[in-house]
Design a protein around this ligand. Structure first.
Ligand code: NDP
Ligand code: 5RP
Length: 468
């Protein structure tokens, strides 16, 4: 603390802000917080008793308590609230002060805010943060992008509080502009995809093999001791043993089968369409949540259009194939997200370093997994890797797991189990390894009905034919 002033101030003391502040205090930083809700201040002071952590009820006093130039981090809900907090802050700040927005803001909002604030001499950068409550408290993965001078002013704090893998901090400067929030958005797209694939796996085990929750727990436990080891598999496994205090049933069985979302998955799909860089498995995971909302329609159609299941004979072999399919779908979720990042880097001049991004995703974040070590090694070997599928060691793994994956997709479809992510991952793989696609027909059709022209395989130029 310089001149009895705090090094950093946090606005928003909810799940993420409070826990990240506690993490900073654990690491010896003199920090403080502000929240418009006095209950959150009280909670911060209770949880931070050991560090005598104090918050402010007055925004003005909070701002005055910070050393110059001020370092202010926002962890408030994304959207209009961020704009209103910034509007409140502007009259209270001076030139050289910095605002770090660590919420899940849309990257276009971040670009706009950075421009507006730089005109006022205020540094601004957007930082994605992942790891949920536990990550914020004990070590998240962080994706800061934008004003590098401002980043350097908080770098020691971020590196100290971040998760570490082999001693390396899970935070790195991502690039200029809104790159930090862009990368976090794609991280969440991958997160949606992996979550949906796990939900499809649950469906196959429950409705294909007839497994109960204990059996599913045991299988996930076994898989999590192997190459599938990941944060999401670990929490998914643990869900299968939690009982509901009210009924004594499994809590999972008491939860409505309709998923919500806050938007980051949808934004990832929207950008991929704009950039014409396909991420079909991530798209399917967004749609799966949206389809789940049509409960009454689903109930009515389940009665009107029943399906006869097909028996699955060799359970042990099927389990082995399902492990392979899950691994394949995980590889493909990362492959699509990273491919989108590569394209966005060119389009938005983000200067993204995929080796560093896969490195900081190895710990702290929701999509951390053993597999990320292989992905990191692939980008370390070849920083300009055109696609994850082109890495030799990934190809070696793909050759091993594809036959089993095909069996899972065929069997699930034959059983009428909806597996949009598994099926689309396999179709994506097949489309990418096809040297002659049938899309010459699409070009012919376009030219036939709309004179949209086509290119020939034997001659340069643009052609139009008289098809009638
Ligand atoms: N939860 C998670 O796992 C993760 C969340 N994020 C992102 O981090 C951000 C914060 O999330 P989270 O901590 O979960 O959200 P919470 O809702 O738990 O906390 C946000 C806090 O900000 C307060 N707040 C709202 N408006 C203002 C304001 N004008 N001035 C001061 N404080 C205000 C809220 O008060 P009140 O409740 O009274 O409105 C609340 O205490 C979001 O953008 C979220 O998407 C990122 C990674 C993981
Ligand atoms: O950013 C996160 C983790 O990385 C959040 O948990 C994320 O907001 C969850 O998204 P959604 O509510 O859309 O499922």
């Amino acid at each position: 603390m310089m001149n009895n002033k705090y090094t950093l101030g946090m606005i928003g003391l909810g799940t993420m802000g409070r826990n990240l502040l506690l993490n900073m205090a654990d690491n010896g930083f003199q920090v403080t917080g502000y929240d418009k809700d006095p209950k959150m201040l009280k909670k911060l002071e209770e949880d931070g008793k050991a560090h005598n952590l104090k918050g402010f009820e007055s925004l003005e006093e909070f701002i005055q308590s910070l050393e110059l130039p001020r370092r202010i981090m926002l962890l408030v809900p994304a959207g209009k609230i961020v704009d209103s907090v910034i509007a409140e802050l502007i009259p209270l700040l001076g030139k050289g002060d910095m605002i770090i927005d660590s919420g899940n803001s849309h990257f276009t909002d971040t670009s706009r805010r950075a421009i507006e604030l730089s005109e006022k001499g205020i540094h601004f950068f957007g930082m994605g943060i992942s790891g949920g409550e536990e990550g914020a408290r004990f070590g998240p993965s962080m994706m800061p992008g934008g004003d590098k001078a401002a980043y350097n002013a908080v770098k020691p704090i971020l590196e100290a509080v971040s998760a570490k893998v082999n001693g390396d901090p899970c935070v790195a400067y991502i690039g200029p502009g809104a790159s930090g929030h862009f990368v976090k958005m794609v991280h969440n797209g991958i997160e949606y995809s992996m979550m949906q694939v796990l939900a499809e796996t649950y469906d196959i085990l429950k409705n294909g093999l007839g497994y109960n929750n204990d059996q599913i727990y045991s299988l996930f436990e076994k898989w999590n001791n192997g190459r599938l080891k990941s944060f999401l598999l670990e929490v998914t496994r643990d869900i299968f043993k939690v009982k509901d205090e009210k009924t004594g049933n499994f809590l999972l069985d008491m939860i409505k089968d309709q998923a919500k979302s806050k938007g980051t998955g949808k934004w990832t799909s929207q950008v991929s369409m704009d950039l014409q860089l396909p991420i079909p498995t991530i798209n399917e995971s967004v749609s799966a949540r949206d389809l789940s909302k049509f409960k009454s329609l689903r109930v009515a159609l389940s009665k009107a259009l029943p399906h006869q299941s097909v028996a699955i004979k060799d359970t042990a072999e099927f389990e082995a194939h399902l492990e392979q399919a899950l691994y394949f779908a995980m590889i493909t979720s990362y492959a699509q997200g990273l491919h989108l990042l590569e394209q966005a880097s060119v389009e938005f001049k983000y200067e993204l370093n995929l080796k560093e991004i896969s490195q900081i995703w190895r710990g702290g974040c929701i999509i951390r997994a053993e597999l990320l070590e292989d992905i990191y090694q692939a980008y370390k070997k070849q920083p300009q890797l055109p696609h994850l599928y082109t890495d030799e060691s990934i190809q070696h793994q793909l050759k091993e797991i594809i036959p089993g994956t095909r069996n899972i997709v065929i069997t699930a479809i034959a059983n009428g189990i909806a597996i949009p992510c598994y099926a689309s991952a396999l179709a994506y793989y097949d489309a990418l390894r096809t040297d002659k696609s049938p899309l010459n027909l699409t070009q012919a059709q376009r030219d036939f009905f709309g004179a949209h022209t086509f290119e020939r395989i034997d001659e340069e130029g643009i052609f139009h034919a008289d098809w009638n």
